[in-house]
Design a protein around this ligand. Structure first.
Ligand SMILES: [Mn+2]
Length: 312
């Protein structure tokens, strides 16, 4: 299962039209050992593709991981206030989808950058970057993406360099936008799956414990990946607003539908000194639950409903 694509096949693949590449990527199984040379929208890969927030960078501050902001800077500001975010001490991390759906996408980006935030790439960030590059190439800007006119050169570079995952070894945490396929090493994932997947299905015999990410269309059965994921890292993710908070054992989904008028949620990870005080090793051993690293959920209510409930 999961054949290895030869160098020639890889070259041929990269010559295919972008839309066809996207379609094919959505249908390749994770773990096919296929080295991607572009992002799912055919853009340049960020460097690194998979980033790490080192213990030195974490220092003795908290790490505050916020859910899908989707152009709602007022709620993000309120959430950081409620968390008593300390600039220069705490680290801000976003699970991605800073833009679209809400009314203040550019302001949301500026607010995250002002706080020195690291954003893990979401499908909407990827789409926004694609529209930007198209605009610069063809001179036409999709009116839905008019906010891109407010982007500075630094904002654009920030988007180009958004990693597809962020590992935080001090707390045994991995942040991705959408999810990971249980049992598949991070490096073997299709980038498309990391920013798009919601459900997985078993592959092969039931006892093999192998899974594959299911495409969004056609809508198919399967189960939310976080229900069967069992570590070792605790995965913090967004993307699945319809399910709101997903407090699974080894993964926590924090897209609580702010733009839909519900809540914006953060996972607050305590400083390393606090872990020590509680007798918790850093890095933690074994499979990490939110409780085992004293992670805390903090939410604020949306000021209003900016967009009607939908499926993506
Ligand atoms: Mn998303």
């Amino acid at each position: 299962m999961g054949g290895h694509l030869s160098k020639i096949a890889e070259t041929v693949f990269n010559l295919l039209p972008r839309k066809l590449q996207q379609f094919a990527r959505g249908r390749l199984a994770a773990g096919t050992n296929f080295k991607e040379t572009a992002t799912p929208c055919g853009l340049s890969l960020p460097s690194p593709v998979h980033a790490t927030l080192t213990p030195e960078e974490v220092g003795d501050g908290r790490v505050i991981v916020v859910g899908d902001v989707h152009g709602c800077p007022l709620e993000l500001e309120a959430l950081l206030d409620k968390c008593k975010f300390q600039q220069g001490v705490d680290k801000l991390v976003s699970v991605g989808d800073l833009v679209n759906k809400g009314e203040q996408s550019a302001e949301a980006v500026h607010l995250v950058r002002q706080h020195g935030g690291i954003t893990v790439r979401g499908n909407h960030d990827e789409m926004a970057l694609e529209r930007y590059e198209m605009w610069k190439k063809c001179g036409r800007l999709d009116p839905k993406y008019a906010y891109l006119e407010q982007f500075s050169a630094e904002d654009v570079e920030y988007f180009r360099q958004m990693p597809f995952s962020l590992s935080i070894p001090s707390h045994g945490v991995l942040v991705v936008h959408a999810g990971i396929v249980p049992g598949t090493p991070l490096e073997d994932h299709l980038l498309h799956d990391l920013i798009e997947m919601r459900h997985v299905a078993a592959e092969g015999s039931a006892s093999a414990n192998r899974y594959k990410a299911l495409p969004k269309f056609p809508r198919s059965a399967g189960q939310p990946w976080a229900n069967i994921y069992n570590g070792p890292q605790h995965v913090i993710f967004g993307h699945h607003a319809r399910r709101r908070l997903q407090p699974c054992r080894y993964a926590t989904g924090i897209d609580t539908g702010c733009v839909l008028g519900d809540q914006l949620t953060a996972v607050v990870l305590p400083p390393v000194s606090e872990l020590r005080r509680r007798g918790i090793a850093s890095p933690p051993t074994g499979s990490v639950t939110l409780e085992s690293i004293a992670g805390e959920l903090i939410s604020v209510r949306a000021k209003r409903c900016y967009k009607k409930e939908d499926v993506d």
